[in-house]
Design a protein around this ligand. Structure first.
Ligand code: ADP
Length: 498
């Protein structure tokens, strides 16, 4: 595939989250960063998103784009246009009946899914399709509509059933586990033909799935790492859609996410005690001391500090630490854990911290400054995810000279080069990977890391290899351009000539 810039290409990026205004996870970051990187390459990318209250109040240059409008089957709405601080243009679907609420994009303030989520995201999908077809009310019409995760999954379905002159579509799966499943009876609300309720349409084990709709009807599918693109075709990680994904494998590509290299830069990071770079790595030690001080860990310089910044849930696999703890704590290690998520996991990790005061610290909640301080202050970063579509923290940690110790899965395989005699002699090693998600293998990877840590010259080489890697969005955006061009070559829709 050619990696080249695509000036003049018009892309509509459909998403349910947009950083920094509405964020529950990595999708929000991608939705802000990828369109910005595409625009740097000359692509005319705009973002389509529901007009949740924080979104409308956070956009610059807000103006009404389409006044009160009606789409059959949905409450009245209008479209706003505005800009993110980065200059990325945003089209916001303002339907107060569906989006003007206190709470998150998918759930109310006590964590219950909004009962009308099917209708809420069907509207997003419908507007995505309308703006991408001859029925659209704007002069601007995309060549390709780029749909993200299940909330945007119906756009390819609506487009499929709409008449001529329409954009090509790309469905990106950021996490195959979230599928947007609703009872089959919901179909009546969606304004889609009954014929789509079939195994090669949106039917999913007697229900309907918005994600499946996207995968089934999009011109092409991407996911967020090459290895995850293979893994979702298996029973273990396809979450029931592996058959369809195997069927569509020729139209399935993996592209790694990038990271924000300005926010995650140890040379300029305002959250950390002392800035450093690959030419002043010795200054990293000051961040280790500051982290130990902040978290009440013993102020020992030679101890091996392992950092964790994570959501606490089944996917992230931190429960592996529990059976490993007794043996782990026989090593001269300290653990700095930061996370938020399932109370049950927190309740299981908390006694560990109590059992080893001064050696294990557990901080719960979402804490951006501490996340940066852990990346800078830890010696190594632990990421034992059971599965990981892409993962960001292992990329941040390499940039911060904090080699990651990871389970060999998904994007972790694609971004971390395991340290062994060959990779080390070739100057490629950047971290440590273990194959099976069992305590013994985690321990053995930590022991390998600790053993290298005792050789300062070798350890420094590992740090520098990671710090030299390019995880920028520019690289990913060029690959997306390649996929867009490939799709448009095959698609007979609006076409590049228009
Ligand atoms: P996921 O999107 O699956 O949660 P990623 O590693 O892809 O995992 O990205 C997680 C992002 O959220 C990273 O930017 C990470 O630093 C941040 N993060 C996760 N938990 C916390 C927390 N408790 N406090 C601060 N940042 C966090």
């Amino acid at each position: 595939m050619k990696n080249r810039n695509s000036p003049g290409l018009r892309i509509l990026f459909v998403t349910s989250e947009l950083a920094p205004l509405v964020k529950t996870g990595g999708l929000a970051d991608v939705s802000a960063a990828l369109p910005a990187a595409l625009r740097h390459l000359g692509v005319d990318a705009k973002v389509l998103v529901p007009a949740y209250p924080p979104l409308l109040s956070g956009l610059d240059a807000l103006r009404v784009l389409v006044p009160t409008n009606s789409v059959p089957g949905f409450p009245p709405l209008r479209l706003w246009s505005g800009n993110l601080a980065t200059g990325v243009p945003v089209i916001a679907v303002d339907c107060p009946d569906l989006y003007a609420r206190e709470g998150g994009p998918y759930q109310d303030s006590v964590g219950q899914d909004w009962p009308d989520n099917a209708l809420r995201f069907a509207l997003l999908g419908k507007i995505g399709a309308l703006l991408s077809s001859a029925a659209g009310s704007l002069a601007w019409r995309p060549h390709l509509v780029h749909c993200n995760d299940w909330p945007a999954g119906l756009t390819p379905a609506y487009l499929h059933f709409s008449a001529g002159g329409k954009a090509a579509s790309l469905m990106t799966v950021h996490n195959q586990a979230y599928q947007g499943i609703f009872p089959a009876s919901t179909l009546g609300l969606l304004n889609l033909p009954p014929s789509c309720l079939s195994t090669d349409g949106i039917e999913y084990y007697g229900n309907i799935s918005f994600l499946k709709a996207g995968i089934a009807y999009a011109s092409h599918i991407t996911t967020v790492s090459p290895t995850y693109a293979v893994e979702i075709q298996t029973e273990a990680l396809g979450f029931g859609m592996q058959g369809l994904l195997v069927h569509r494998r020729d139209a399935l590509t993996g592209i790694l996410n990038g990271i924000d290299t300005e926010i995650w830069n140890p040379a300029t990071d305002l959250h950390i005690a002392r800035n450093y770079s690959s030419s002043s790595l010795q200054d990293k030690a000051e961040n280790k001391r500051a982290l130990q001080e902040r978290l009440g860990l013993r102020l020992e310089q030679d101890v091996f500090v392992l950092g964790v910044v994570s959501r606490f849930n089944y996917q992230k696999g931190l429960d592996l630490l529990l059976p490993a703890a007794t043996e782990l704590m026989q090593l001269p290690v300290q653990l700095a854990l930061l996370g938020s998520g399932e109370q049950e996991q927190i309740n299981r990790l908390a006694p560990l911290a109590r059992a080893f005061p001064g050696r294990i610290s557990l901080t719960t909640g979402y804490n951006e400054p501490l996340a940066h301080q852990i990346e800078a202050g830890a010696d190594a970063f632990l990421m034992p995810s059971r599965y990981e579509p892409c993962g960001l923290n292992q990329m941040y940690s390499q940039r911060y000279g904090t080699p990651p110790i990871v389970h060999a899965t998904g994007g972790l395989i694609d971004t971390v080069t395991d340290c062994n005699p060959t990779t080390r002699s070739e100057g490629r090693a950047t971290g440590f990977a273990f194959q099976h998600h069992v305590p013994a293998e985690l321990l053995s990877a930590i022991k390998r890391a600790h053993s290298l840590f005792q050789d300062p010259v070798q350890w420094r080489a590992l740090q520098l290899n990671g710090m030299a890697k390019d995880f920028s969005w520019d690289t990913s955006a060029k690959q997306y351009c390649g996929v867009y061009e490939q799709i448009l070559k095959q698609d007979t829709g609006i076409g590049r000539a228009n």
